[in-house]
Write a protein that binds this ligand. Structure first.
Ligand code: ADP
Ligand code: MG
Length: 273
């Protein structure tokens, strides 16, 4: 699925805010068409790294997107190339689902012009694919958390960018909608916008799901890259115990490792027999 072209390259990326070091010396390359999932405990720097890759947060080191330094891309050009779904996007008050998804088309609509028939069709298509057609006129604030999360994704997909950055895109979704969304993203990865492969960088807390969809997994801890590789190389009982302080069992699934949390104290501790 990848073409060999490097879509994202980060070299020695660091972020410091005041006395706090959020990221240090992070190197990654993501091939065009690849799906990289970033995992790591709370506060590891996952959201920070996505914001740096999106060009929204200044960092030391260098980030290149499609060969150009992300900081050199003008706003409109950046929005055509990179779509970010933040962990907790700000919702403009009173906005409908349709109008919010249409914001994704902003980089294609000339200043002061109205959206074109192609823009309307792109938004309708994406809303239908995310099971949102019945909700198009609803105000965003009246939706459930999971419905809203699908609308955030709709806006990003309507953007038609070649790089999709997703910060915990399925945290509010039931398992059915979670699979719908991830399968849709995976499908789009093959076809992509304008037949370019779509590159996906996502953060995720569910480690089994992370392993099912990602080509490679990056494990961050304390702002540093502590592991990067195929799911089976990163989702190991040792690495997860060390960096999450979690007791897990890793078992073989159909497409790779599945991570099952197990109680730290045996249930029968102290029981007779
Ligand atoms: P993650 O997404 O992996 O949970 P984040 O990237 O959101 O982590 O944050 C990484 C760390 O940086 C956290 O410890 C967070 O509290 C800290 N942090 C985030 N923003 C700031 C800030 N503006 N000033 C200081 N520390 C911050
Ligand atoms: Mg986060």
């Amino acid at each position: 699925m990848t073409t060999g072209e490097v879509m994202v390259s980060a070299r020695g990326v660091g972020v410091r805010i005041g006395a706090a070091t959020l990221l240090s010396d992070v190197d990654i390359d993501v091939a065009a068409g690849e799906w990289l999932t970033i995992i790591g405990p709370n506060g590891a720097g996952k959201s920070t790294l996505l914001r740096v890759l999106a060009g929204l947060l200044p960092a030391t080191g260098e980030v290149r997107i499609g060969g150009s330094p992300v900081t050199a891309l003008r706003r409109r050009e950046r929005a055509r190339q990179i779509a970010l779904v933040a962990q907790d996007p700000v919702v403009p008050p009173g906005m409908s689902v349709f109008d919010y998804a249409m914001l994704g088309r902003t980089p294609y609509i000339p200043p002061l012009a109205a959206e074109s028939a192609a823009d309307l069709a792109a938004v309708r298509d994406v809303l239908a694919r995310l099971d949102l057609t019945g909700l198009t006129d609803r105000e965003l604030s009246t939706l459930s958390g999971g419905e809203r999360q699908r609308v955030f994704l709709a806006r990003a997909l309507a953007q038609g960018a070649r790089l999709l950055l997703l910060d915990e895109p399925t945290s509010a979704l039931d398992i059915g909608h979670q699979q719908d969304v991830l399968e849709l993203v995976d499908e789009l990865r093959a076809t992509g916008p304008a037949d370019d492969p779509l590159t996906v960088v996502a953060t995720m807390h569910d480690l089994s799901v992370a392993g099912e969809y990602a080509d490679r997994i990056l494990l961050l801890a304390g702002g540093r890259r502590v592991a990067l590789g195929a799911p089976a190389e990163v989702l190991t009982e040792d690495l997860l115990a060390t960096h999450y302080r979690a007791r897990v069992r890793v078992v073989d699934g159909d497409h790779g490792p599945l991570v099952v949390p197990v109680r730290r104290t045996p249930r029968n501790r102290g029981a007779a027999g």
